[in-house]
Write a protein that binds this ligand. Sequence first.
Ligand code: GAL
Length: 840
Amino acid sequence: MDQVSRRGVMAGGAALTLPMVPIAAMARSDAVTLPPAHDPAAIAPREHLSFDRGWRFARGHGSDPARDFGFGFGQSDFAKTGNFGIAKDGFDDSGWTPVDLPHDWAVELPFVRDERGEGDERALTHGFKPLGRRYPETSIGWYRRSFRIEAADRGRRIWLEFDGAMRDTVVLVNGCYVGRNADGYAPFRYDITDVLHYDAGNVVVVRVDASFGSGWFYEGAGLYRHVWLTKHDPLHLGRWETVVRATPRGGTAALDLASVIVNAGDAPARCAVDWTILDGEGQTVARAVSPAQTVAPGAATGCTATASFDGVRLWDVERPHLYVAVARLVAGGVVRDGERVTFGVRSARFDAANGFLLNGRALKLQGTCNHQDHAGVGAALPDAVQTFRLGVLRDMGCNAVRTTHNAPTPEWVEACDRAGVMMMCETRTMGSHPEAMAQLELMVRRFRNAPSIVLWSIGNEEWILQDGKMAEQGARIAATMTRRCHELDPTRPVTAAVNSNNEQGVTDPLDVVGFNYHQELPVPYHARHPQRPIVGSETSSAVSTRGEYRTDPKRNVMSSYDGVVGWGQTPEQWWQLYGTQAWSAGGFAWTGFDYRGEPTPYGWPSISSQFGIVDTCGFPKDYFHYYRAWWRTEPMVHVFPHWNWPGREGEVIPVWTYSNCDDVELICNGRSHGRQAVPRLGHVEWKLPYAPGYIEVRARRDGRTFVARRETTGPARRIRLTADRATIDADGRDVAMVRAEALDAHGRPVPTAMHRLAFDISGPGAIIGVGNGDPNCLESDKAPRRSLFNGLAQIIVQARGGAGEILLRASPELPGEALAPATLAIAARPLPRGAAIPSL
Ligand code: GAL
C-alpha cells in the first residue's frame, strides 16, 4: 500500500511495535460550582431559541439544476424577490429525511477509492468521502424547516443565527433570499423580520454547497453546528459587543465593562446598561450602570462602565472559577434587552525570558492541536461529545488546546472555560481581504470574553507569505490582522503557526513567535531575539496505531513504540525541549485525537490520520501515557505491549514503561529483569523473550510502590459495555459514550479481539454513531454494528423521546460465535423545571 502524506515523506526507523494499560482513574478536582454552559434563563425580553429540531434534509446536485430542486434553472429565482418556490409553503418535502442538528451528511456517505489528483484536491483530504466538484451528486445538501411566528412578536427584530455551516450556504425564508455565506467556520446571521408571516407558518430553506473545502483535512458537510432563532426589542445590545475585561489586583477584580446599544426603532431612546456581576453560586458581587445616553433611531452607540469586587476567585487550570455578567439595557425604567456573559478573572502573559505565566505563575502550555471530528458523528459533534473529548485530553494532563485550523464551536470554548483548559484560538484564512478579516473579527468578537483563550492565531504554515518573494506582503497582511486583533481585544497577544525560520514574513508583527516542528530553530532564534516570546505552535506528528506493535505497511499500521513522520518528533523529543527551557511557553502536539482525512502515514484504505495521541473514539494509544507521566504529578506507571503473542514464544519483544516514578522493575512470569532508574522526561525499555503469562512493572516513588501489569488472556468469551455516564439528560441532545470490549473467561479485556458486534437499542434513546478507532476501517459510522478494533469499539447513544431507561444490547454479529452478549442500561433523566434549552 502506498505510503502517502501531505509532504510525501515518512520517517524512517520506526520499526518497533506496541499499546498500553491504564493504571488508575485520576482524581479530578471539580469541586467548584460553575454556571451551566447554556444558561437557559433568558434575560427577558430577549429570546434565544434553539432552532436545531425538526429539519428535513435532501441531497441536491452541483451541476444539474433538475436534480437540485431547480436551483439555478434559468434566472427566475433571483429575478424577483419572493420567487423561490422551494422556500414557500406549498412545496412538498415529505420525501425528505427528518434530521436534527447538528448534522454532517459527509459522514453518512460511503467511502470511495479515488486517488486522482494532487495535493489537497484529492479525495483522501475528505477521508475518502465523495465531496468536491467531482462529486456533484453528494456535495450539495438542502435543509428545510417550518416554524410559526406569533402575532405578539410584531415589532421585535427576529434573527436567524447559524454558529457555522460547511460550507457555501444560501438562506431563503418564505420564498425570499436572505443571504449567503462562504466560510465554513464563522458564525453568520440574518435579520429576517421583514419577510416573516405573523400568526402563521413560515419556511426556512438552506442550500449548503460543500463542493469547495478550505482545509486539507476532513471538514464535514452541512449544518454541522447549532442554529438559533433570536427575538429581541428594536432597542438592543449589539451582537458580540458586550465585553467584560477583568484584571486581578491582589484579591480584587477590576472590571471594564462595555457594550454597544443599537436602536433599530423609530424614535430616539434614552437608555443605559445596567450590569450585575454574579459569582459561581449566583450571588451578586458587583453592580454598575453606564451613563444614560440618547440613541438616535438607526444609530449604534458604545457604552462603558467600571466595577470591582473583592474576594476574587481566579480562573486557573486547577480551579477554573467563572463569573457571569448580566447586562440589561434599560430605557424609561423598562428592561428592553439583555444578555449574559461568562468570564473569568485571570492574568495570562507570554514572556520572552520566562515562557508563559498564568496568574503570575510560570506554567508550560501542555497542549494538543485538534480538528473537530469524532468517530460516528463526523463534524456534527453533540455538546456532550465535545465535553467528553476535552475530558480525555484533560485526563492526560493536557492543559491547553489549539483549535486547528479554524475558529472553534462555542461549545468547545465553553467546555475549556469550564474545565480550566487554555486555548490558542485560530482563524482559518490568512488574508487582509474582507472575507478573511470578517472571519477573524467574528472569532475575536465572539470569544473575547472566554478566560480559556490566551492567544489568538492568525494563521498556520503560510509558507508562500514566509518565503523570500512574498515575505514583505506576508508581513503586511499579518500586521493588518494583528492590528485588528489588538483593536478588538487589547488583552491578548497574537501569534501564527510558522514552519520556517521566523526571521521574516508573517512573523514580523507577531507578539508571540510560533514554531511548527523544526526543533533546530527555536534555540538559536531565542539567542538572536531574546526579547521575543516563543511557543511551540505545532510539534510532534508522532504516528501510531492503537494496539499495534509492529509497523506493517501491508496492513497500514504503525508501531506504538516510536513512530513519527520525517518532519516530526516523538513526544519525548519535543517535550524535552519545550518542557524544559525557561524561555519556552510550552507547545501543542499534533494531534490530541486522530482525525478523518489527511491519512498519514498511509493512503487507501486508511481514511484517517494516525497522528492522534488517542484514536478517533478517544481510546488512548500508548503515547497518551507518556504525556500522563510527565504532564501530571500523580505517580503512575504504564507498561506495553500487551502480552498476547501466540506463535511468537521465545521471540524477543521490546517492553517499554512510561512512568514518573524514580525507578521501575520489570518482572516476567515471576522473574525479575532488573530495576532501572527512570530518566527525566524519558522512558525505560527492556527486551525479553516472549513466554505467555504476565509482565509486571513495579515502580517506586517516595517509598511507595505502584504496579502495572499485562496478562496473557484467554479467548474472548463475553462482551462488556460501559458508559462514561450512567445517567444522561432526557433533552434529546445529551449523549452517553459507550465502550464495548471483549473479555476472556476471567474477565480480562482481550487486547487483540476483532469480533464483529451488532447493537440493538430500546427505550428513549438512539445510536447516533459508532466507531472503533481503526484508521483503516471502512465500515459505516451510522450502522447499528461495528467490529472491535484491538479489543474496543464505541457506540454513541443519544437521549431521544423523553425520560426513561435506555437499554443497549451488544451481541456477536456472526451467528454461533461463543461470545456472550451484554446489555447496558442508561437512565435518561427528566430535566429540572426550567433547565431545558428553550427551543422553537
Ligand atoms: C502540519 C499542518 C497540520 C498537519 C500536520 C501533519 O504542517 O499544520 O495541519 O498537516 O502538518 O504533520
